[in-house]
Ligand binder design. Sequence first.
Ligand code: THU
Length: 136
Amino acid sequence: MNSEYETLVKAAEEAMENAYAPYSGFCVGAALKAKNGRVYTGCNIENAAFTPTNCAERTAFFKAISEGERLFEAIAIVGGKNGEVQNLCPPCGVCRQVMREFCKADFKIVLKDSCGVRVFTLGELLPLSFGPDQLG
Ligand code: THU
């Protein structure tokens, strides 16, 4: 595994164990690393009314932001049906936009599948994005 992110991916895998996904059965875990080294984890939290469902990535971001964190380095994301990680679990569009609010284009998004770990940047996954700078 890409050893630089081994610990962060492990934290995401542990967070996935807390996923509340009784409707889709698709469990996701995320681990968000702040620039000061602190790690905030999150899981997806589904809801019987469906739309209130919160993704693992946003759970991690909202935990961090609500605790005063503002500077972020990387997020690891793992997911799969019944918690079995086989394919990459790329962040949904809403989560990418939340990342865009707080992170620059070089923010690292670390994904894992059964073959190993791949590292992307937010700039790659959300090109030509709309962010706080547009509002002046
Ligand atoms: N999910 C996440 O937690 N993160 C993503 O980036 C993609 C989707 C969750 C939401 C829902 O609970 C389940 O996966 C199926 O969409």
